[in-house]
Unconditional design. Structure first.
Length: 395
C-alpha cells in the first residue's frame, strides 16, 4: 500500500478571547461550528459532501462541548448530515492530535478530504459533582472546576506526579536555573511580537472574527506591558522564592481553529494551491511533573522521521504554556536558532484555549510557510500529565 501525500489547503481560527471576556457568552460548539463553516466557505469549489470526516480536539468536554463536539460542529455549521465527526482528547495537544489523525487517515487512503481543528471555552467549563457511591448522602458534596488541571485525582497516583501545572513549571525553572528575569523577558518578547504581527496585518489571512462579538484581535495581548510591570506581579505557585507568575504564563482562554487537509485528488477538487504538506509527526511521554519538557524528545523524533534537522527549520511554533517551560525546552535544543521560534508571538500573549491551541499552531506554521514560499516548519506542544507532540510541515 502506498502512502499518499497530505496537503494543508487552508487554516482559520477565531480571535482568542480571555477568560470571562468577549467570547465567554459563546458556546464551544458554536465556536467550533463557526471555524468549520468559515473554513469550508473559503473553498467554494469544494463540495462539502466530499468531506470524509471532521476531527476536533477538545480537552475538557465536560460542558456544552459534550456529546462529540466535532459532530455538533458539523451539524451547527450546516454541513451535509452525511459528514461525520470525531472528537479527540490529548489535553493541550488535542487540536494538533486532530490534525495528525486527519493526516494519517488521508495518508492511508481512508479519506481524501478532512477537516481538523480544536475548540475550548475555558470560561464556560462547568463545575461538576461526582455521583455518590450510595444514594442520598447526608453530608456536603464537593464541586470540581473543569477549567484546568487535576481534579478527582486517583489516590494511587504518586504525589510527585500530581503537582499543579504551575509547580511543574517551577520544577523546570529549578532544573535549568531559569531566573524570574529571564522568564519575564521571554513573556515581554511574546507580547511585543504578537502586537507587531497584528499591526502588520500578518494575522488577517487566518483569523475569522465571530459574528456579533466585538473582538477582532486576540484579547490577551498587552501592548504596553514592560519588564517593570511584569516584575511587580507576585509568584502564583510558590509564594516564597517562586518565579512563575500570571505574567510569564499563558492565560485561560476561549477559541477555536480549523484546517482543511486533502490528498492529490482532494486538492484538485478545491482548485487551490496548498499552504504546506504534512511531513512527519511524533508523540512521546515524560514524567508527569515535568510535562513542560515533553516536546524535547517529540521534536527530535519528528525531525528524525522527516529526515530533517534543526538547521533545516525556517519557522517553529512552540506552545508557550509557561515561559519557564518554553525556555527549558529551548535549553535542551542548543542546535535550534531561537530567533525562528514563535515569530508572531506565542501563547503567553495570544492565549492558550487548550483544545484549540495545537490546531492554531499547525495553521500558523502552514500560513508562515506559504508566506515565505518555501521551507520547513514545526509545531509542538507540551501536554499535561507528561506528553509531548510535534508535527513537521514543508513547502
Amino acid at each position: 500500500m502506498s502512502i499518499r501525500d497530505v496537503y494543508i489547503v487552508d487554516a482559520v481560527r477565531t480571535p482568542i478571547g480571555k477568560f470571562g471576556g468577549a467570547l465567554a457568552a459563546v458556546r464551544p460548539d458554536d465556536l467550533a461550528a463557526h471555524v468549520v463553516k468559515a473554513l469550508v466557505d473559503r473553498s467554494p469549489a469544494l463540495d462539502p459532501e466530499r468531506i470524509d470526516d471532521v476531527y476536533f480536539g477538545d480537552a475538557n468536554g465536560a460542558g456544552e462541548d459534550n456529546r462529540d463536539v466535532a459532530r455538533m460542529a458539523v451539524l451547527l455549521a450546516g454541513l451535509p448530515v452525511s459528514v461525520p465527526g470525531v472528537t479527540v482528547n490529548r489535553l493541550c495537544g488535542s487540536g494538533l492530535e486532530a490534525v495528525i489523525q486527519a493526516a494519517r487517515a488521508i495518508a492511508l487512503g481512508d479519506a481524501s478530504v478532512a477537516v481538523a481543528g480544536g475548540v475550548e471555552s475555558m470560561s464556560r467549563a462547568p463545575w461538576v459533582l461526582q455521583k455518590p457511591e450510595r444514594a442520598f448522602p447526608a453530608g456536603h458534596q464537593q464541586l470540581y472546576s473543569t477549567t484546568l488541571g487535576w481534579r478527582m485525582t486517583n489516590p494511587r497516583m504518586p504525589a510527585d506526579w500530581t503537582v499543579s501545572l504551575g509547580e511543574g513549571a517551577e520544577l523546570i525553572a529549578d532544573k535549568h536555573a531559569l531566573t524570574r528575569e529571564q522568564q519575564d523577558a521571554f513573556a515581554l518578547a511574546s507580547h511585543r511580537k504578537a502586537a507587531e504581527a497584528w499591526a502588520k496585518g500578518l494575522y488577517d489571512g487566518e483569523v475569522v472574527p465571530y459574528e456579533g462579538v466585538d473582538l477582532v484581535r486576540d484579547e490577551c495581548i498587552r501592548d504596553s506591558t514592560s519588564l517593570e510591570a511584569l516584575a511587580k506581579l507576585k509568584p502564583a505557585f510558590r509564594p516564597e522564592g517562586g518565579t512563575v507568575t500570571a505574567g510569564n504564563a499563558s492565560p485561560l482562554n476561549d477559541g477555536a481553529a480549523a484546517l482543511l487537509l486533502v490528498d492529490e485528488e482532494g486538492l484538485r477538487a478545491t482548485g487551490r494551491e496548498p499552504l504546506a504538506r504534512v511531513r512527519a509527526s511524533a508523540v512521546t511521554g515524560i514524567e508527569p511533573q515535568l510535562f513542560g519538557l515533553g516536546p524535547v524528545e517529540a521534536v527530535r523524533r519528528a525531525l528524525g522521521k522527516a529526515g530533517r534537522s534543526f538547521a533545516d527549520l525556517t519557522t517553529f511554533e512552540l506552545n508557550e504554556a509557561f515561559a519557564a517551560q518554553s525556555l527549558g525546552c529551548l535549553a535542551e535544543w542548543p542546535e535550534l536558532d531561537p530567533e525562528i521560534v514563535n515569530p508572531r508571538g506565542g501563547a503567553i500573549a495570544l492565549g492558550h484555549p487548550l483544545g484549540a491551541s495545537g490546531a492554531r499552531l499547525a495553521g500558523a506554521v502552514a500560513h508562515q510557510l506559504a508566506a515565505a514560499g518555501s521551507g520547513t516548519g514545526l509545531a509542538a506542544l507540551c501536554i499535561g500529565v507528561g506528553q509531548g507532540l510535534a508535527l513537521v510541515l514543508e513547502r
